[in-house]
Each structure stands twice: as C-alpha cells, then as structure tokens.
Design a protein around this ligand. Sequence first.
Ligand code: IMP
Length: 429
Amino acid sequence: MPATVIVGAQWGDEGKGKVTDVLAQRSDAVVRYQGGNNAGHTILIRGEEFKLHHLPAGVLHPDKRAVIGNGVVIDPGVLLGELEKLAQKGHAVRNLTISDRAHVILPWHTLLDGAREDGRSAVGSTKRGIGPTYADKAARDGLRMAELVDPEALRAHVRDHLPVKQGILRALGSGQVIDGEAMLRNTLAYGERLRPFVADTTTLLQDLHEQGQHLLLEGAQGTLLDIDHGTYPFVTSSSTTAGGACTGTGLPPSAIRDVWAVCKAYATRVGLGPFPTELKDADGEYLASAGKEFGTTTGRKRRCGWLDLVLLRYATRLNGFTGLCITKLDVLGGMHKLKVATHYTLDGQELRAPPARADQLERCTPVYQEFRGFAKLSEADTRRIVQRGLAELPSPAQEYLDFVHKQLHVPIRLVGIGPGREDTVEVRA
Ligand code: IMP
C-alpha cells in the first residue's frame, strides 16, 4: 500500500499533529523524517496536555509502530525526558524504533546555535542545536545514533571534536566552557538507555512497505521553512517538503501516493523573516488571541496574517499536494471581512510566485481578494457541522473554502473547526 506524507504548507504550526492523529488510526506506522526538537505538538491524554518534540504522534497508539527516521536530528536527553514523562502517566513506550543513521544533537550544537543566534546572523532559531547538527552532518563531522550507542565510538568522537567546538565557541564570543568529562558521562548514559530502540529503520520501513503496510510519514515545520525552497536564510536546516520524506526515511518516491497539505485558514510565522500578508493591526491581534498563537516549543508569540495564495500555490507545486487539510477555520469566526492574497506586486510588476531573495519578498505588496466574514461558531454549530458536513458551515465560510480549493486545484479532505480532535470534518473522496 503506498505511503502518505503529511506536510505543513506554510511556516509550521499548521496543526499537523491533529491531522496525523486522525490519519494514524488508518496506518500501521507513523514515521518522522526530518527536523528535531524544534518541532512540537500537543496531544491530549485523558484531558491532560502533553507537549511532544521528538516523538511521532503515533507513539500513543500501542498497536502501531512509531519510527524516527534517518533524516531526524535527536537530542537524546530531550527524547529520554519525553519517554519518561509518558511512562509516569502509564504510557510506557514499547513501539518506538529510532534510526541508527539519525544524527545526534550534542551539547556543543545547542551552545553553538545560541551563540550564533545572539550574534550577527540571527534567524529567530529555536536554539535547540538543529542548524549546527545538520551543518556537521553535511560537513561529515556528525555523530549518528549508531555511534551514540557504542561507548568506544562515542568517546573517540568527543575526544576528537571537543577542542574544535570549544575553539569555535570562543571565536563566536561565547564564554561557555564545555565540561568534556561531564558531557561524556551524560551522553554515554543516554546511549545506554536508548540502545534498545536503535535499529536499521531504512530496512524496517522498506520491509513494512513491501509487506503492504500503510506508512504515514509525518513532516515537521513547513514548506516555507525548507532549506532549499523556503524563505532562505530564514528557514530551518532540513528538507521539510515532500521530497524530504524519501531522503529522511530511505523509501523511494514510488512508495508514496498521497501528499496531504496541512494549512491554517490564515497564516502565522514564528521567528524572523519575510511575511508579506502579516497583519500588525487589530485583525492580527484578533487572530493571535482567538487562535492562541503561542509556540509549543519556545512559547514565543506567533506573527499572524491573511492567507497567502502566492505561497500556497508555490507549496502545492513543490509538494504535489493531493489533499488539503484546512485547520482553525473557526478562528476566523467573528471577523467582519476576510482577505486572501492572490498575487503580489514588486517594483511595478505582478508576481504570481515568490522571488528567491528574502529582501525582495519583504518588499512585495500583496493584492487581496475580499470575502464576507462570518459569526463565531457556537458549540451547537460545531457539533452540527461535524455530524452533517461542510454544507452546514455559514455560507461566507463555504465561499472562502471554495475559493482556496479552486485556486489550488486540490480537493479539501479535512477541515478543523475547533481545538479538539473531535472538531474535525472529514470530506470523503
Ligand atoms: P531552527 O529550526 O531552530 O534552526 O529555527 C529556524 C527557523 O525555523 C526559526 O524561524 C524558527 O522559529 C522556525 N521553526 C523551527 N521549527 C519550527 C516549528 O516547528 N514551527 C514553526 N517554526 C519553526
């Protein structure tokens, strides 16, 4: 059975966790393929909230496999912390497999991320060490899980790399001194505890796929944060687009059929970087407060704006979306009018695709199409819409969705109209 990929269509935080949860019920394994603990999603266990950063959403379905693929970077202390918290709540994780080829975030990566971010080249990073770990991977200087769980290999890696990393920290003006002994002690202990989970997930996933199992490949961050196709340099360091699902798992492109986009009914961004439809007025404040737009990982307030079809068309073509999941439609309830950017103007020219340069994207003026607003949905409205379908939505909300779907030529498969898992309307193909 072909695999399904879930990709964020914007700058992350689109609600991928919720969509993954819905689709996980019909899958045999949920797989993360890129990013690290810069990602975050909130899950509810018997009414209690958990924030997961490393673990795939499937980890709480004991009958499914949860896999962390080779494209992910892993902070072992953070991962163990998540496993421990779940165990304390009675959810001892036994269905997790971690790729032996995934790279390890070491303490010096986190320190280097912080030092860089405090210096001249800030991108609004989450300071979790993601960029420096991927940089070491590309420079062929990284440590992989296969070596983390081998004390000899780990000792040699720390011995060889510590002086260089300490030197770079000094050159960046950081006063941080790495205690090599303590670092080695902790990391050896992490390796020991994680060893039972580490395996060749490339072969595992290929086998499962060949046996006809359904794999759900769960993207982190979003298309516009992709290292190649995003709003560079204000991006993350991995391939967040659908292509990353192959390189980050070892599955071939022919193993994938569906690519589902997760997209908020408006736009948000955390951190720095261009955001043409950003709202710095009362409408922006309304979206931030109605949508509770604060980051799961850093708690930072998210910037909010109108939906941007220039960027969504770009994301659709990059990923080959076959289905659209629109989240947080209810947040638009209570606004008098709604806007959607259909194209930009830049230096007197009309643009239908974003320019490569962040400074040029920053100067683009969005051209909007306006729509009627609709009233806030009541609890009764929400229940009725979930039961009977999208035809029960207020007519301006239907017009809004219809416009987006027609502009992108992608069918709408899911619409989120409230915070709970149950507040989701599924459109059957
Ligand atoms: P890094 O991935 O921590 O290096 O951060 C690079 C950029 O990506 C920053 O603007 C972050 O705010 C953003 N970013 C990283 N992870 C996420 C995420 O999961 N959601 C939204 N933005 C993210």
